[in-house]
Design a protein around this ligand. Structure first.
Ligand SMILES: [Zn+2]
Length: 341
């Protein structure tokens, strides 16, 4: 799978470090959420519940408003980012609106003849649709930057860097979300959800990765054993106070919702590696926005002509998911969350 820069053992250490540093932090957030909801028993469906008196976040009304707002945010980050998405808008390569019988999901793909990217998604006025368009814009910027690579193969980039481009773009846009949220309280909530999402995503990626490692090293284990193992791993990565009683079967089968397990077997760990890269990029951006953006563009324009550690280094970040780095980055994210309180 072209993974020359890390080993299965590194992934096992990664799982353990996440269990040690990220699961307890996420547990603290869930504990607070549980108290705010005022429930004694915290059930799986409570984990995403909106508090009484709060409305779901609705950052915009129409697709046009979404595109215009994202264009403005990109312009305020870097003119080049704006030009990429604006060319796609003019070239009509944005298929964003949800409609009957449209395939689900979201993605970005490069069209080499028109030299534009194409973004597909199913927006329905939610906060995650806003971040999806920003995310896919990050992929489009990456596509455009590597299109100058002479060797076509170098335009094809592995997820460990491609997802830094996109997840990084989400985080770089965050200080401009007032474009969509006029109410300071709503803005704060949206940012907090995003940061909480970083922890949640990394934890889920570990569950899926550990499970996939187990599947491929235990090929004789069939359906029941797989389901049981999944529930066991999911419980390892979850604080005990989320009560699944009566829904044990649902928990056992939850791995089936992850399309990567079926469509791109053994992929997924890349998202957590890239998320750590994106957090480092964001930290650099907060210290020096111009320099961080410049290095982001410099690294992405190399396509896959360099190794992952070299690409990360060019971006001014480390290709590293050791225990120390995880602790340091999570302390940083945690401080940012605390500052919102
Ligand atoms: Zn992506």
């Amino acid at each position: 799978l072209l993974r020359f820069d890390y080993t299965p053992e590194d992934c096992v250490t990664f799982h353990e470090s996440v269990k040690k540093y990220i699961v307890p932090l996420y547990g603290k957030l869930q504990q607070k959420h549980k108290e705010a909801l005022g429930v004694d028993d915290y059930r799986p469906w409570d984990t995403e519940a909106v508090l009484t008196g709060e409305k779901p976040l609705r950052p915009y009304e129409s697709t046009e408003e979404l595109v215009e707002g994202v264009l403005k945010m990109l312009k305020n980050t870097d003119e080049y980012f704006y030009n990429v998405l604006n060319a796609m808008k003019e070239g009509k390569t944005l298929d964003l609106k949800s409609r009957k019988a449209k395939s689900p999901g979201g993605f970005c793909t490069y069209l080499p003849i028109t030299e534009l990217s194409f973004i597909f998604m199913n927006e329905a006025n939610s906060q995650s649709d806003l971040t999806t368009l920003v995310h896919e814009s990050g992929h489009s910027v990456h596509d455009m930057l590597c299109s100058s690579q002479e060797a076509f193969g170098y335009m094809n980039t592995p997820s460990e860097i491609a997802e830094v481009a996109s997840m990084g773009m989400e985080l770089l846009s965050m200080d401009k979300w007032q474009e969509f949220y006029k109410e300071p309280e709503e803005l704060k909530r949206a940012v907090k959800e995003q940061l909480k999402g970083i922890l949640k995503t990394i934890i889920w990626v570990m569950v899926v990765d550990k499970f996939q490692m187990w599947i491929y090293t235990n090929p004789e284990a069939y359906s029941d054993a797989r389901n049981d193992k999944f529930a066991e791993i999911a419980s390892e990565f979850s604080e005990a106070f989320v009560n699944w009683r009566g829904y044990e079967q649902e928990l056992k089968h939850m791995w089936k919702k992850q399309l990567h397990i079926f469509e791109v077997p053994f992929y997924y760990i890349e998202y957590a590696i890239a998320q750590l890269g994106a957090v480092q990029l964001w930290r650099n951006y907060k210290n020096n926005p111009e320099k961080a953006v410049e290095k982001y563009k410099e690294a992405l324009s190399l396509g896959s002509s360099k190794s992952l550690p070299e690409l990360y280094e060019t971006m001014g970040i480390k290709f590293d998911f050791s225990e120390n780095t995880i602790k340091e980055l999570m302390d940083f994210v945690w401080n940012e969350i605390e500052e919102l309180n």
